[in-house]
Design a protein around this ligand. Structure first.
Ligand SMILES: [Zn+2]
Length: 884
């Protein structure tokens, strides 16, 4: 049974700048499938796993508040078998219990009308323990030290998988208290949201009852159980622990210290202290690849939490801090206050991304967080500066507004994308810089205080920020959250000191895009002078009294989510003023110039002229932007007639920086130097640089004899280049090392190196590893994507995946299933592959994969067109230089 969902949804205003601002939270008007007459208030759940056959049996008792008399109870359940059901102690007939598998809904038909008031539902059920990270899942791993194969359990419920663990009202507006009881072997440790309240021995193990949670959505429940160790500390009343598989807890020391720092910062920032008695940070060795903000028991893929000072790279350390700061921000934004429905997911994810970056930047200014490269954890996604990655996707025809209707479980799942996370983050940063830091924080404090233990819409956030700032925040925000895309502001200088500004939608590979307007909080300054702001509300605006001979920079520090297209006169003045611009502004010019090239608004010479005019520097973010572009071009041009010439030119751009950095870390160098050195080695290696390739081979040989001879920062790069140009002997050696290590980080380094190999014979050895359990399931499945990206042979990766699709998809969740095949096609730049994907999707993929298929087709078409354009323009640029 499905409620008429769409009628409840707030439809996005795609045309008006002053579109209707969303209404505040109202339980009855919140979208969702489940009727709102019956509201659960307290669950008591008991789960007994059977590790031998990966099943579990469960029972639960749910206190219900019935608001209007009903004849049916309608809740969610998926892949559960209901053994018995009773209401107020009266057993229901088996025929009264029906499960609608497609809608994931369990309906209990009652023998007579259930009156308004309080009632109790009791259920007995059985379910399965999955291989992939949805619902209750198991992980196999090698124990630290002994290397013995072990198994442990974890859960992953967001967005809609709590219903695989126990029947429940599995929509975020149905907040309730949950009290979990779990059975586990005697020598296991079990963790849930709250501390253990009581524990007793039972036949074959022990039974632990956890304290009840505060009212929260079902998707925030957690259970992790296995042979675990922990280290702990306290912040005021809060116990903080880092848990990991036996022997690894001490590697959580850095995360524990960071957690203390972050918790204190958030207690102050949000104005409401962390409300639970404990916060557990749990490292799990597989199942899923990210982190999940279960209230009081956050789960992390192991490399997101564990840091080995002797063997981990600086990048891993930075990533741990950022992930911790993101997940811990959710303890307030997401857990204490939760978006009412998945159409407002950005309230959780955009906010946690922004808050996490803000907190990370506050304590670690040396990391240049706002400019930092986003680690491509999932190789089918783009990397590069986080904000830039979101803008690249947002310029395409396949984008969507931050807030968009969500009707199905699949749509809830696919809301977890770059737009939700990164455009949301980027918009909040722009808004904060416009309203001012203190005013913005004051608004957030009002919001948290007013809505704690409840749900909200975006409208509630704008109301709180408007009250604090006295600005019409909802009106400014509407264009950014309720319509797709973003603007480019064109700058035209006139000799009389007047500067004409006009805005239009910025698009890439998107002919006939609907024209849209935004309210743009513009920032600008004459280079070297005081910054100023202007809220650009219409199509055109003007700046007065700008000296005609002075450079003018807009979008200061690149903090705004828009692009700038300067006229030739403005651009020339800016190029002359480059030595006076700060790092963030230089990176912003590079990013905009590259985007204008992709959009066909400027030739590639605009970008390279800027690169060549930049004063020599080893600023990480600036060089990373250039490396990112050269790396992109190198992959795109692979196999084309322009490739060799391009590689030669690209090496000439990177070599001067590498000469300064050298192979060896220098005493007193900047903390970012190691990352830059690694990026240069990796990219120059890919660009076929003989000196780098030899250097990597030699260092790999030395590393085999003495691992300490190679700095942890350089290991991924050196192993990668050794793997790329590997012969069979080297390949075997890397594989052997990967099999042996019990460190997930090291393991990933070795297997990434295998995926780099360009020799088709070796590629055919690498691909089948995806079918084994050598790597955690969540990583194994991406091995094919890595090969497609790194080996230069996406066709071999696709052939393999197509032949083994069923086994590969068994390792991924439903969302992964929709994205997997389309993701592999995004590495092609041949138009015929677009048609092949269309055909494949029609015959093999579910309707829910349509957005991912459309994105992949758009990407292939763009790459095909851009490749042709680049070849001509690059040839012209390089020839022109050679003639000089
Ligand atoms: Zn998040």
């Amino acid at each position: 049974m499905r409620a008429p969902l769409l009628s409840f949804l707030v439809l996005c205003s795609g045309t008006s700048l002053f579109g209707a601002v969303e209404k505040p939270f109202n339980f009855y008007e919140t979208p969702g499938k489940l009727p709102k007459q019956v509201v659960p208030t307290e669950y008591s759940i008991r789960i007994a796993p059977n590790i031998d056959n990966f099943t579990f049996s469960g029972s639960e008792s749910v206190k219900l508040n019935v608001r209007n008399p009903v004849h049916q109870l309608v809740l969610n359940a998926l892949e559960l078998k209901i053994e018995a059901a009773s209401v107020d102690g009266k057993e229901l007939q088996a025929s009264a219990i029906t499960i609608d598998t497609e809608n994931e809904v369990l309906t209990l038909t009652l023998p007579s009308e259930l009156a308004a008031g309080d009632h109790t539902l009791a259920l007995r059920f059985t379910g399965k323990i999955n291989q992939q990270g949805q619902g209750l899942f198991y992980m196999r791993y090698q124990e630290q030290g002994s290397g013995v194969r072990k198994v442990m359990l974890g859960t992953q419920f967001e967005a809609t998988d709590a219903r695989r663990f126990f029947p429940c009202w599995d929509e975020p507006a149905f907040r309730a208290r949950f009290q979990l009881t779990a059975v586990a072997p005697e020598n296991w440790l079990a963790v849930s949201n709250m501390p253990i309240e009581s524990e007793k021995k039972i036949a074959g193990g022990k039974e632990m009852r956890f304290a009840p949670t505060p009212p929260m959505p079902s998707y925030l429940n957690v259970l992790v159980a296995g042979e675990l160790d922990f280290i702990e500390t306290r912040v005021g009343e809060t116990q903080i622990r880092v848990l990991a598989t036996k022997g690894k807890a001490e590697l959580g020391r850095y995360a524990l210290e960071a957690s203390v720092q972050i918790l204190q910062y958030y207690n102050d920032y949000f104005g409401v202290p962390y409300p639970l008695p404990k916060l557990d940070q749990i490292a799990i060795p597989g199942g899923f690849g990210g982190a999940m903000e279960n209230w009081g028991g956050i789960t992390y893929y192991e490399t997101g939490l564990l840091f080995d000072p002797k063997n981990s790279s600086a990048e891993i350390k930075q990533n741990i801090y950022e992930v911790l700061a993101h997940e811990m921000a959710h303890m307030w934004f997401g857990d204490l206050v939760t978006m009412a429905w998945w159409d407002n997911l950005w309230l959780n994810e955009g906010f946690a991304s922004w808050m996490g970056s803000k907190c990370t930047a506050h304590f670690n200014p040396q990391w240049e967080v706002w400019l930092a490269r986003d680690l491509p954890r999932d190789p089918t996604r783009r990397s590069g500066i986080a904000k830039e990655a979101a803008m690249e996707g947002d310029a395409r025809s396949t984008t969507h507004p931050i807030q968009q209707p969500v009707a199905t479980e699949a749509e809830a799942g696919s809301a977890f994308d770059d737009i939700t996370y990164k455009k949301g983050q980027s918009f909040l940063r722009m808004l904060e810089s416009f309203l001012g830091e203190d005013v913005f924080r004051d608004g957030i404090r009002r919001y948290i205080a007013a809505h704690k233990y409840s749900n909200t819409t975006t409208g509630d956030l704008w109301d709180a920020l408007s009250e604090a700032s006295k600005e019409p925040v909802g009106e400014i925000a509407a264009g950014w959250t309720e319509q797709p895309g973003f603007p480019v502001v064109k700058v035209r200088r006139e000799p009389d000191g007047k500067v004409q500004l006009t805005q239009e939608r910025f698009t890439v590979n998107f002919k006939g895009a609907p024209a849209l307007l935004w309210k743009i909080p513009l920032t600008y300054s004459v280079v070297g002078e005081t910054p100023a702001t202007l809220l650009m509300t219409g199509k055109a605006a003007a700046l007065e009294s700008i000296p005609a001979d002075r450079a003018l920079k807009l979008n200061l520090n690149g903090a705004g989510n828009y692009r700038i297209e300067y006229d030739a006169r403005s651009w020339k003045l800016l190029l002359e003023a480059l030595p006076k611009l700060g790092l963030e502004d230089r990176v912003n010019l590079l990013s905009d110039a590259w985007a204008l090239t992709q959009a066909g608004r400027a030739p590639v010479s605009l970008y390279f002229e800027l690169v060549e005019k930049l004063p020599a520097s080893t600023d990480l973010a600036e060089r990373e932007q250039i490396i990112h572009v050269l790396d992109y071009m190198n992959r795109l041009l692979a196999g084309s007639p322009a490739h060799k010439k391009f590689q030669h030119y690209a090496r000439s751009l990177l070599h001067p920086t590498f000469k300064i950095q050298g192979w060896q870390p220098k005493t007193g160098e900047r903390p970012s130097a190691g990352s830059l050195r690694a990026s240069l080695i990796s990219t120059l290696g890919d660009l076929n640089d003989p000196e780098i390739i030899d250097g990597c081979r030699n260092r790999f040989e030395k590393y085999l004899a003495d691992p300490a001879s190679l700095a942890p920062d350089l290991r991924p790069a050196v192993l990668g280049v050794a793997g790329r140009y590997a012969d069979e002997k080297t390949w075997n050696k890397l594989h052997e090392l990967g099999l042996k290590t019990t460190s997930i980080e090291e393991k990933q380094n070795y297997y990434n190196a295998l995926a780099e190999a360009t020799d088709p014979k070796l590629i055919k050895k690498t691909l089948p590893i995806a079918l084994t359990d050598e790597l955690p399931t969540s990583r194994a499945v991406f091995l094919a994507a890595r090969v497609a990206r790194d080996s230069g042979h996406p066709e071999l990766a696709w052939e393999f995946a197509a032949a083994n699709m069923k086994a590969l998809l068994a390792k991924t969740d439903a969302l992964g299933e929709n994205r997997y095949a389309p993701g592999l096609f995004t590495f092609f730049s041949d138009e015929s592959r677009a048609n092949e994907l269309k055909g494949y999707a029609k015959a093999n993929l579910p309707a829910a994969s349509a957005p991912d298929v459309a994105k992949a087709i758009d990407e292939i078409q763009f790459r095909a067109e851009f490749k042709k354009r680049l070849m001509t323009q690059l040839n012209a640029w390089i020839d022109k230089k050679d003639q000089k």
